[in-house]
Design a protein around this ligand. Structure first.
Ligand SMILES: Nc1ncnc2c1ncn2[C@@H]1O[C@H](COP(=O)(O)OP(=O)(O)OP(=O)(O)O)[C@@H](O)[C@H]1O
Ligand SMILES: [Mg+2]
Length: 239
């Protein structure tokens, strides 16, 4: 389902952000419906990470607003970072379980005391990213691409209403990258999550996303369904 008339799961309303004199975001407005997968494109420095960090509440925009019906509840928005942020000394499974922290009462917050459902969910998420056989391995012994997939498994375990991913396929080989994008798409379909995912490969956006939003110098220069776009239309974004 991809009903644009549903109340948005995430909406940017005239967002502006500056770093000193530099305008990183300049009057950005668009929204993402439940079950919709938006690919965020744009050249390096166009503002993608700034926008996603603001949506995740990690940065306060100078002007404008970002709205999400469940905002305030840290479980509802999950983010997979450009630099995968994991807890090095913990195993893959423990890192994924960290995605469940928001659902556990405080007394159960210690990683080793998760309930059975949380453990099964974490195992399922690790399996989905193809790393179940590495469940017990410390993540600081893993490759960049493996860590990236663990970070995605952790976000999936959070069962968020909004999933933000900043270049989640940048450090992956083409096959693993396609798997990750299919997982994000499944997350949209199965859980009606809204997904906003920045990408550097326009072809992947066309293949996997419902809609493409492109930034240039902090402004939205394209907002259209993928079905209405082709490679030439996307190449224009980078000129
Ligand atoms: N902490 C910061 N201080 C100053 N300028 C910053 C900071 N973070 C980002 N910028 C600048 O803001 C602009 C947007 O940066 P941002 O990281 O959002 O771009 P991006 O589209 O994610 O780029 P990339 O594709 O390289 O990841 C860039 O010009 C960048 O140099
Ligand atoms: Mg970035």
């Amino acid at each position: 389902m991809n009903d644009r008339f549903l109340a948005p799961a995430l909406a940017f309303d005239r967002v502006c952000h500056r770093y000193g004199e530099h305008a990183a975001l300049d009057d950005v407005s668009f929204s993402c419906a439940p079950g919709e997968f938006i690919a965020l494109l744009g050249a390096s420095g166009s503002g993608k990470t700034t926008l996603l960090r603001g949506a995740a509440g990690l940065l306060a925009f100078d002007q404008g607003a970002v709205r999400s019906p469940g905002s305030g509840d840290r479980r509802t928005i999950a983010m997979v970072f450009q630099s995968h942020v994991l807890i090095d000394r913990l195993s893959a499974l423990e890192n994924v379980l960290a995605g469940r922290l928001g659902y556990n009462p405080r007394w159960r917050g210690w990683l080793r005391r998760f309930n059975r459902e949380d453990r099964l969910l974490a195992i399922d998420c690790l399996d989905r990213v193809g790393l179940l056989s590495h469940a017990a391995r410390r993540v600081d012994t893993m490759s960049g691409g493996e860590r990236q997939r663990i970070a995605l498994a952790r976000a999936l375990a959070q069962q968020p209403a909004v999933l933000l991913a900043d270049e989640p396929v940048a450090s992956l080989d083409p096959e693993a990258g396609a798997t990750v994008l299919r997982l994000l798409r499944d997350c949209c379909r199965e859980r009606q999550a809204a997904v906003v995912c920045s990408l550097h490969q326009p072809s992947l956006a066309l293949e996997h996303a419902d809609r493409v939003v492109a930034l240039r110098s902090g402004c939205v220069v394209l907002d259209a369904p993928s079905s209405a776009l082709d490679a030439a239309a996307l190449a224009a974004v980078y000129r």
